[in-house]
Ligand binder design. Structure first.
Ligand code: FAD
Length: 288
């Protein structure tokens, strides 16, 4: 049976930081594991495709419509702390988790300050900054796979630079536990403050979705793009940021096709000049 709480034609303005105008044909926001399972069963039975979105800070949505169901875990944000273990549902904002850890004198997450997504998005994409990643102190993750909730230990999960094996398994990440060493609150607060200060150099005044490309080994995507004079280069309202060449910013009413075209042009120019294929860090969501 169709869960009564599924919504239709739902605007995704708050679910993509690029602010591409897109609606979801269906939107499901479960409150707990049981509702999540009910939703997935319904979608599978009715052959409706679906995607999980956190804050949409690493995705490029399609223009106009996602012809399936977007699932948000924003109603699943509970967390608890027992001694040195924090367990949180994956809809929680990473910032909230980081601040909670700091407030409880638990160390290890403070380097992730300023990453604007959810815990689920961070774990899915192996988010990291300043030589630290969300996996450094991970103990286990509960995922929904093949209609069951299973617990994976850290060693069951393959990770590499901005990659995890969740991408292959179509898993939904539901809850995660971290074992964090005791730390010094003032020191962590000062690290977090410094990082937020450094992040002011990013083009935060325009809608964006973070780094567009992964850094190729031994180099920086932004450096390569900048050397080709592409800062400020524009397709429609998608523009290579003047502040940071590995950021594309929405300077008006950017269409998904604009940003995708700009990405292709950058990749071609970099490959022609340096024989390096820049790999996309952001995820293009197919609407159909
Ligand atoms: C200004 C800015 C700065 C940034 N800085 C950094 C940085 O320093 N380091 C870094 O790594 N990233 C950075 N990012 C990118 C982005 O914030 C991270 O990748 C973040 O972890 C994405 O989280 P999200 O909740 O927004 O995920 P979304 O963009 O919503 O989703 C990303 C992917 O994860 C999947 N997903 C999300 N939640 C779940 C779930 N519960 N289960 C299964 N799949 C799920 C989605 O389907 C999608 O494929 C930055 C982005 C911005 C806009």
């Amino acid at each position: 049976m169709k869960p009564s709480w599924i919504k239709e034609n739902y605007a995704l303005d708050n679910y993509n930081t690029y602010k591409i105008k897109c609606t979801a044909k269906y939107m499901g926001i479960p409150h707990n594991k049981e509702e999540l399972q009910e939703l997935i069963n319904y979608l599978k039975q009715n052959k409706i495709k679906y995607i999980i979105l956190g804050k949409g800070s690493n995705v490029i949505l399609p223009d106009k419509e996602y012809n399936g169901c977007v699932i948000s875990l924003e109603n699943m944000q509970k967390y608890e702390i027992k001694d040195d273990i924090i367990t949180a549902e994956c809809g929680i904002l990473l910032a909230k988790l980081v601040n909670t850890a700091i407030n409880y004198d638990l160390e290890g997450l403070e380097y992730l300050t300023g990453i604007p997504g959810t815990l689920g998005g961070a774990l899915y994409g192996n988010a990291g900054a300043y030589e630290h990643t969300i996996y450094d102190y991970l103990e286990s993750i509960v995922v929904f796979r093949n209609n069951k909730f299973i617990t994976l230990k850290k060693e069951d999960i393959k990770t590499s630079y901005r990659f995890t094996s969740f991408k292959e398994n179509h898993d939904i990440l539901v809850e995660a536990s971290f074992k964090l060493p005791k730390g010094n609150k003032e020191k962590m607060q000062s690290i977090a403050k410094d990082i937020l200060e450094k992040r002011k150099k990013l083009p935060l005044e325009y809608p964006n979705a973070g780094s567009v490309f992964k850094n190729p080994e031994g180099d920086y995507a932004g450096r390569l793009i900048e050397t080709l004079g592409l800062k400020g280069y524009q397709v429609g309202d998608a523009k290579v940021s003047e502040k940071h060449a590995n950021f594309i910013v929405n300077v008006g009413n950017m269409q998904s096709k604009d940003v995708q075209e700009l990405i292709k042009e950058i990749q071609k120019k970099v490959e022609d000049a340096y024989q390096i294929k820049l790999e996309l860090e952001q995820i293009i969501i197919d609407g159909n």
